[in-house]
Design a protein. Structure first.
Length: 577
């Protein structure tokens, strides 16, 4: 028997018992022939006392050892209050070395998170021994299990969908796989189970979910993996947008309440239209922990002869008590505005007795300043920042300034998790390269107004039953009420430049299924990796993924992507150009 107990289990009540422990040597302290060893396993750390220093000759830190002996009590200054087993120690009589580690480690386990990413990922099996990272992966498992129970309790049926599927134009690049049996033909890994879950609804299942792997060949970000990621994918028959929101709210509120000690915004989460989010927060994924809001001042400045604002939309952000900030604060904000492409960042300071200071003040009459004060409810010591640029850019820039002000003024409350739904996304937009009409988000969404809107409205004015759920400025999920009618599907794609024949060829299963009666259905897919990232307080999704790729989409541990043999290429009918 390698062990009778684990390294996080022994307590005072075990004193005097004969036990065995097995684990990795976390640290060794040699006190003149008496060794004090911190033994670590999945469950914790226990101190082992060994009156035999011969072990030092054959092994060292990170070696795997089994010890037999008696549990002893630690007293006085020897008690370690920082660990649960700190009141006891194992006084070992025997040991067996089970696995020897090289004495020179690539990095200290406890300091792995400060090591370069390339080294960490190459030696990920060592990196994962770091107790902090280890706990986060354990927590991910618990969160996944909890979510699964929540979905089952709400009546969702777990169904797996295929990994090998057909390539389809869903937005990101596909990972493609050549077929050995069908020369010149290719499979694709699913970007999401989108079509399959819609087919499940047309098959008569009422509610579906799965912890679904998704594969997209896209560039990495802090909150996006470059290869695969996981979604809590779910779909509901005969469901409205609000039905989906209710299910998502229940699941997300429950999981955040269970695994976070921060204040959680309670359901119902705020519903914010896409247009309002862009205007008020400058982002379609606003961080509501930041209390700052953006005001549209375009009409106010329409009659003001100030050249930088002339003929352009203007946004304003009121920051309370900002007058007290040092001069360097304003200089740094000006530098930041230049970094993000702004030509300047104007502002007005509200001084005592409502005197106004700033380069824009001289262009405003006393009457205008009075209107501004009442409109924005300005108070003493407030600073009003101005952002102006061309339409389409001004909101994005204002959003970046809002976020930066919230960060620099320490207004964003890190002790809360704030959720909201973003609704009413535009169905179509303009392709920046071709100038033609294109889908903005999910092409399988139902347009608001149905066929009537597609026939009679300007495409750029059509809203879709599309929605996102956002938490702390992170987009957790996209979803939609699906298009379940073939005639509306064909017309929607036709507006975006796809013929009926193309739709039938690209989406044959869905096109065919809609011929035989499809129920109204809707769903969404919160990102599991992002949920865990927020709950663990990490800022990079790779910290909550057991074996992630690096930002260049390389697996440094196994060496992927890598070359394959000529035989493998020939079997797949592939020739490298």
């Amino acid at each position: 028997m390698y062990r009778t107990h684990n390294c996080g289990e022994l307590r005072r009540e075990h004193v005097g018992k004969s036990v065995s422990l097995a684990g990795w040597i976390d640290a060794i302290r040699d006190h003149g022939g008496v060794l004090f060893i911190d033994l670590r396993d999945h469950f914790g750390i226990t101190q082992v006392v060994l009156q035999d220093d011969t072990i030092l000759k054959s092994t060292g830190k990170e070696s795997v050892v089994s010890f037999w002996g008696t549990v002893g009590e630690r007293g006085g200054d020897t008690i370690n209050k920082s660990i649960p087993t700190g009141e006891i120690e194992l006084r070992a009589d025997e040991f067996e070395i089970l696995g020897v580690s090289e004495r020179s480690l690539p990095f200290e386990i406890s300091e792995s998170r400060t090591t370069s990413e390339a080294v960490r990922l190459k030696y990920r099996f060592l990196d994962l021994r770091n107790p902090a990272l280890h706990r986060d992966i354990v927590l991910r498992s618990k969160i996944t299990s909890f979510i699964r129970r929540q979905m089952e309790d709400m009546g969702f049926l777990e169904i797996q969908t295929p990994i090998l599927t057909a390539s389809s134009p869903e937005g990101a690049r596909d990972y493609i796989i050549p077929s050995r049996k069908h020369k010149g033909m290719f499979y694709a890994l699913p970007q999401a189970p989108q079509i399959f879950k819609q087919l499940l609804m047309t098959s008569g299942f009422d509610k579906y979910f799965q912890i679904a792997p998704c594969f997209r060949d896209e560039d990495a970000r802090a909150d996006r993996s470059p290869g695969e990621f996981y979604q809590v994918d779910f779909e509901m028959s005969f469901a409205t947008q609000e039905d989906v929101f209710a299910a998502a709210e229940k699941m997300l509120y429950s999981v955040f309440k269970e695994f976070s000690d921060k204040k959680i915004s309670a359901p119902p989460f705020p519903r914010i239209t896409y247009a309002d989010a862009m205007l008020k927060y400058g982002s379609d994924k606003p961080d509501l922990r930041n209390p700052l809001a953006i005001d549209d001042l375009s009409d106010f400045f329409a009659g003001v002869d100030f050249a930088p604002f002339r003929g352009k939309p203007v946004r304003g952000i009121v920051t309370p008590d900002c007058v007290k900030m040092p001069k360097s604060f304003f200089e740094n904000m000006l530098s930041y505005s230049a970094e993000i492409g702004m030509k300047g960042l104007g502002y007005i300071s509200v001084l005592a007795d409502f005197e106004y200071k700033g380069p824009i003040v001289k262009f405003l009459s006393d009457e205008k300043l009075k209107i501004l004060k009442e409109r924005l409810n300005l108070n003493k010591d407030d600073v009003l920042f101005f952002i102006s640029d061309k339409p389409g850019e001004v909101d994005k820039l204002a959003g970046q300034i809002r976020s930066e002000l919230g960060k620099r003024l320490k207004l964003t409350d890190a002790e809360r998790h704030e959720f909201c739904f973003i609704t009413d996304f535009p169905m179509y937009g303009i392709d920046g390269e071709t100038g033609g009409i294109e889908f903005v988000h999910n092409p399988f969404s139902m347009p608001q107004g149905g066929m009537d809107a597609l026939l009679n409205k300007d495409p750029l004015e059509i809203k879709a039953y599309q929605y996102d759920i956002v938490c702390d400025g992170v987009e957790l999920s996209s979803g939609a009420v699906r298009n379940h009618r073939r005639d509306i599907m064909v017309k929607a794609f036709e507006i975006a430049g796809y013929s009926r024949e193309t739709v039938e060829a690209k989406f044959p299963a869905l096109y065919n299924a809609f011929r035989y009666g499809a129920p109204p259905h809707a769903g969404m897919a919160p990102g599991l990796d992002r949920i865990v990232m927020l709950l663990t307080g990490n800022e990079n999704i790779r910290e909550v993924t057991a074996f992630p790729m690096n930002s260049a989409a390389q697996d440094l541990l196994l060496g992927a992507p890598g070359e394959i043999t000529e035989k493998q290429l020939r079997e797949a009918h592939i020739k490298i150009r």
